[in-house]
Ligand binder design. Structure first.
Ligand code: BZD
Length: 800
């Protein structure tokens, strides 16, 4: 079938590409080469590239319709997609055509590329993981749709004012988003508030969800999937004509403004600050629109509800979309008139849940009052699910009242709240953690009671990252070297092939080339002396991640060089990148102190050429792609038992950085694979950390007995860094929740080993190559393959 309906095929030669670009500039952008701005050129290029993917998208959709496959639906409140232009050029095979065409039109490709704004629709690892999984799903030809929210404002832009983080709004789509296809005809209606009448739920407020989608092309295959993002719109009837006629124009549109606020802004990850009704509204908005869309799509080719679980698996990315469980119950029972037990059996076979945390305070709960007011019928359904759950617990564990209290979907004290994680475990057939250690800790701690009741429900799927984005696009020089070393670029679709680099670690000529490429990446980052070791800590700011530990090390290095500059050893540039949640004051204090220490070191001539601290603001995917290829040392220093997985650790190791890290999250698996000799391990392990925390931990004893540690903390307390950061030192001395002082000595000593290792560049390069060679496991393609075999059981549909 000709899906183009006789339209001419898009060109593949430079002339044809240029012709298409010109045509788009003229007809779709409405301007001419003579008067086009760089923005016109950017938007036009985006359309020209998008057209090539749209062609594949049409064929993908037709093939999917034809085969009526089992669908993977990924529900996530966040997607950190990263910049789109470069990736879509690569995936559409136009990487060379585009700059050539731009140049003949008189535009600089670099200037045009710089206009590509990344949609920052996520906070950190969880949102970026969602984007990597979509990339791999398409690459593996799996019929899949990602569902999310099209926030007007993404993750805030970070600026520093006097070293302090200030947040600015990120209106990423201010100029419009050329990559997006709006689909206003697929709108959905979402109800909130109201009451339960004799006929069921009567919502008091109705909002429209309007979708648009972005194309998610597979690499090295024809498949193009989509991610569908919902935007809240006022329902058309919501304009209050009575008030308008009475001259109250602003009041008349109040409801419309309130409705559109639902998708206005991404909530910054505030693990503790979970009281806001608007966030709950966002969650239900996402869930309700997406489920109706999923049902609509199911009905294209199916009629019988009993086929639903065979045709549909819905993955919940953390608990944020967990209301999908009561919502599907409501659709089936209230609207489709299925029996409760029948509906529950369908629901329980449809959903799966990924947990991304180990912090007890990060487990989402909502006040019963709030949820009942916003979604009265859903609360009623949650109570019914809870009754059945607790009956099962009582019959399995008679008389164990404490267990019943712990497992209940409702927390009673100090306030009645709905426990979303318990609901997610109860309403799904599979629950996974995101690294081996994390999944083990989930079943032995967080979900121990549930694992005792339903042991088969729990599994592990270790995270992974996109080798296309984080090696091929981020690090083109190293990628070319890898391809020449392996004799093919097949590693981009099968990352386990990187193991073929291992023998080359013993080849001096290859090592020289490896160093050259890594040096180029450092020069491209442009942070001064490319001979200095680039030591990077890039991740969200959180006390459990322990940026404060890295900072104490920096201060210690600074003291050593002041006391004894001749004996300092290897020059280092320490790079921090990351944002703190706006209301997370302790994390913001650490940021401010880092900037103060950086300034003090910068101002001291003694440090020149030996030690530098840099903290570029607004760490995001765009910046990550520049920093990661240049990094020599990867800091993965969380308190053991707190980091669920980490994915930055994987990106850095894949690009040849060596890791200094604790036995936490996926570090454990990285070390197992790259070899203990090529990984700098330090610190307490999970049992030791847990035992120390459970005992009478006194951080001051470490301060008292370690001269360098005491000097570092005293410097902060004495105001040596512009009087900034005393609260950081006090918090470490008085409480130190994450055992920073307990791990300090082990960390600093291990850093001395790092420095010694750096002095032998041949050996360091060998270790670097082996890190890349042995990190193939951390491809998101492997992650998706694991989800497929353990949870999703969906098959590829390839375009003929
Ligand atoms: O998820 C992170 C974990 O901290 C990492 O260890 C893990 O590697 C990644 C991917 O699995 N969690 C988050 O990124 N969490 C959030 O961003 C978040 C967002 C909203 C509310 C709560 C947490």
């Amino acid at each position: 079938m000709d899906l183009r309906n006789g339209l001419r095929p898009l060109g593949t030669t430079p002339d044809e590409f240029q012709r298409d670009l010109l045509s788009n500039l003229y007809y779709r952008r409405g301007t001419t080469v003579e008067s086009a701005s760089a923005q016109d050129a950017y938007e036009t290029l985006a359309l020209t590239v998008r057209d090539r993917l749209a062609e594949r998208r049409a064929r993908t959709a037709a093939a999917h319709y034809e085969s009526n496959p089992r669908w993977v639906y990924y529900l996530s409140a966040e997607y950190l997609l990263g910049p789109q232009l470069e990736q879509n050029l690569l995936y559409s095979g136009t990487t060379e055509l585009a700059p050539a065409a731009l140049k003949t039109l008189g535009f600089s490709p670099e200037e045009v590329a710089a206009l590509d704004v990344e949609p920052g629709l996520g906070n950190g690892g969880l949102g970026r993981l969602a984007a990597c999984l979509l990339d791999s799903l398409a690459t593996l030809d799996i019929p899949a749709v990602g569902y999310g929210i099209r926030y007007d404002l993404g993750i805030f832009k970070q600026e520093f004012d006097n070293g302090e983080q200030v947040e600015r709004p990120d209106d990423w789509a201010f100029q419009g988003d050329p990559w997006e296809f709006p689909a206003p005809d697929d709108w959905q209606m979402v109800g909130f508030y109201g009451f339960l009448g004799p006929e069921g739920w009567v919502p008091g407020e109705v909002v429209h969800g309007e979708p648009s989608h972005l194309l998610i092309p597979g690499y090295g295959t024809e498949t193009v999937n989509i991610v569908r993002l919902w935007r809240a719109r006022a329902a058309r009837a919501s304009f209050d004509l009575r008030r308008f006629s009475a001259g109250q124009y602003a009041e008349a549109v109040e409801e419309a403004v309130r409705a559109e606020n639902i998708s206005k802004v991404l909530y910054p990850d505030d693990s503790t600050d979970m009281g806001r009704e608007l966030r709950l509204k966002q969650q239900y908005f996402l869930v309700s629109c997406s489920l109706r869309d999923i049902v609509r799509r199911f009905r294209f080719r199916n009629a019988d509800w009993d086929d639903f679980p065979a045709k549909t698996v819905i993955q919940l990315n953390d608990t944020h979309p967990t209301l999908a469980i009561p919502e599907l119950m409501r659709l089936l029972v209230d609207e489709e008139k299925l029996e409760w037990e029948h509906a529950w059996s369908l629901v329980r076979r449809t959903f799966a849940y990924t947990c991304h945390t180990l912090l007890p305070e990060a487990l989402e709960t909502w006040p019963v009052d709030m949820l009942g007011r916003l979604l009265p019928r859903h609360l009623e359904i949650i109570y019914l699910i809870n009754e059945a759950l607790l009956a099962e617990v009582r019959s399995r564990f008679p008389g164990d009242l404490d267990r019943v209290r712990r497992m209940s979907l409702i927390q009673e004290e100090p306030q009645r709240r709905v426990r979303m994680a318990n609901l997610a475990v109860t309403g799904t057939f599979a629950v996974n953690g995101v690294a081996e250690l994390h999944s083990q800790l989930l079943t032995s701690t967080t979900f121990a009671d549930f694992a005792a009741l339903w042991p088969d429900r729990f599994t592990n799927v270790t995270n992974g990252v996109s080798p296309r984005r984080f090696v091929r696009l981020a690090n083109p020089g190293l990628s070319t070297l890898i391809t020449s070393g392996l004799g093919s670029d097949a590693w981009l679709r099968d990352l386990s092939l990187l193991s073929g680099l291992a023998p080359l670690a013993d080849d001096p000529a290859f090592r020289e080339q490896w160093r050259t490429e890594r040096r180029h990446a450092k020069e491209a980052l442009g942070l001064g002396d490319p001979g200095a070791m680039l030591d990077v800590m890039i991740k969200r700011f959180h006390e459990y991640k322990r940026q404060q530990l890295k900072l104490l090390h920096v201060i210690t290095l600074y003291h050593r060089l002041r006391d004894n500059p001749e004996r300092f050893g290897v020059p280092r540039t320490v790079l921090f990148g990351g944002k703190a949640a706006p209301a997370y004051y302790a994390a913001k204090s650490i940021i401010r102190l880092i900037n103060a220490v950086a300034a003090a070191i910068e101002a001291d001539p003694k440090a020149y050429g030996l030690l530098r601290v840099v903290f570029p603001p607004n760490y995001n995917v765009t910046l990550a792609e520049k920093i990661i290829p240049a990094a020599d040392l990867s800091e993965q220093i969380s308190m053991a038992g707190k980091e669920a997985s980490g994915t930055g650790n994987m990106k850095l190791a894949l690009n040849g950085a060596l890791t200094i890290g604790t036995l936490d999250g996926a570090n454990v698996e990285i070390r197992d694979r790259v070899g203990a000799g090529n990984f700098f391990l330090f610190g307490l392990d999970t049992p030791a950390a847990a035992a120390l925390r459970a005992s009478d931990y006194r951080p001051r004893t470490y301060y008292d007995s370690d001269d360098e540690l005491r000097a570092a903390l005293d410097a902060i307390l004495s105001g040596a860094f512009g009087g900034v950061g005393q609260e950081v030192a006090h918090s470490l001395l008085d409480r130190d929740e994450y055992l920073t002082l307990a791990d300090y000595r082990s960390y600093v000593d291990k850093q001395d080993e790092v420095a010694a290792a750096w002095e032998d560049q041949e050996h360091w390069t060998r270790m670097s190559i082996l890190n890349t060679a042995n990190s193939g496991f951390f491809s998101a393609d492997r992650t998706v393959a694991d989800y497929l075999s353990r949870i999703w059981h969906a098959s590829p549909v390839r375009l003929s």
